[in-house]
Design a protein around this ligand. Structure first.
Ligand SMILES: [Fe+2]
Length: 344
């Protein structure tokens, strides 16, 4: 490969003349934007211990009332991007959010898509587009782009959830904004109940308005049972994994990020190929060792890590007796839609 000319090789008066016209020579920066063979991601393999962050999150509850925070969140920031960028990967934002008993996080909507993975506590709920969604450990709740959402808490213990958003991408696109709104009127019914049976799709005869997101809550108790049924039904299946999907389209639950539930059988080692999207792993139950190149993270329950794209990943369940359950978020839908998805 040829050595390309450097900026310093150019006479200063020529560089000044270019700058005065808002012009930049490409060749000194060409390799930085088009590196050979493989991207050079800023995203670093990084893990966040729940045991380490929980006291700091609870402290935030004492230091900052909800009225002063609107959303009381500690962002899981990737040092490879710089902590102030508040991103886990190029497209993924992660935050641990605390809601205390009796608190209220007011209604708003925004262009970035979000999901909540409930980490601990009972009694909280999110109202999304008028549907009241109870929050229990392991439940996944969607708040897709443009839908009103607010959080309340009728329980007696703190509730914590993991927020996963495509905020870095939408912000990069200069398309990120929010709108505040009044408290929502809750309507009866739940998309989860009407879509509770796989393969049986509600089919109204007089369809007045089709909802883009007919299912907003995916209870963990059902995802867990589906994983165990799949594992029992297909004992030789290598990856016992389910995709959180939109039941009306069969496609991904949201447009930009993908969400999955994975069960590692007792003692299982699962080698994932190098794929272009970055990914996030969060342990719902059990423990999992995650190997990302030379990094090895031993994740306990409620721990989270992220991995850059184009990197093989190995997941190990060291327990000989208990399965491990892992929530995964990745950038696959985005990569596939843009035509840059690849497996190596
Ligand atoms: Fe929000």
């Amino acid at each position: 490969m040829n050595e390309l000319g450097r900026l310093e090789d150019l006479p200063q008066d020529y560089r000044d003349a270019l700058k005065a016209q808002n012009l930049v020579p490409l060749w000194p920066s060409l390799r930085a934007v088009l590196p050979p063979g493989k991207p050079r991601p800023n995203t670093r393999a990084t893990a966040w211990s729940y045991q380490a962050l929980r006291p700091l999150l609870m402290q935030a509850g004492q230091l900052t009332p909800i009225e002063k925070a609107e959303r009381r969140v500690l962002v899981l920031a990737n040092p490879g991007h710089g902590l102030d960028k508040m991103q886990a990967s190029a497209a993924i934002y992660l935050g641990m959010q605390l809601l205390l008993p009796g608190e209220w996080a007011p209604s708003h909507r925004h262009t970035p898509n979000a999901v909540r993975m409930i980490v601990e506590g009972e009694g909280a709920y999110t109202t999304v587009d008028g549907e009241k969604c109870p929050m229990s450990r392991g439940d996944l709740i969607l708040t897709p782009t443009g839908l009103w959402h607010e959080h309340g808490h009728d329980g007696s213990e703190p509730v914590v959830w993991l927020d996963v958003l495509d905020l870095p991408l939408v912000h990069y696109m200069e398309a990120s904004y929010h709108v505040d709104g009044p408290r929502q009127t809750v309507h009866p019914g739940s998309g989860h109940r009407s879509h509770a049976h796989g393969g049986l799709l509600p089919t109204p005869v007089f369809e007045r308005s089709r909802k883009a997101y007919p299912m907003l809550r995916y209870p963990w108790v059902e995802a867990r049972a589906a994983l165990q049924a799949l594992a029992a039904d297909q004992p030789t299946l290598d990856a016992v994994q389910l995709t959180y999907s939109n039941p009306a389209t069969g496609g991904d639950a949201e447009n930009i990020l993908g969400f999955y539930a994975l069960m590692l059988r007792p003692g299982q080692t699962l080698n994932l190929p190098a794929r272009s999207p970055a990914s996030v792993f969060h342990v719902i139950e059990g423990g999992a060792q995650v190997r990302i190149e030379e990094q090895v993270f031993d994740l306990a329950e409620a721990d989270t890590c992220c991995a850059p794209g184009y990197t093989p990943i190995t997941l190990v369940n060291a327990s000989a007796s208990a399965p491990a359950f892992v929530f995964i978020a990745d950038e696959s839908p985005l990569h596939r839609k843009l035509g840059v998805y690849e497996t190596r």
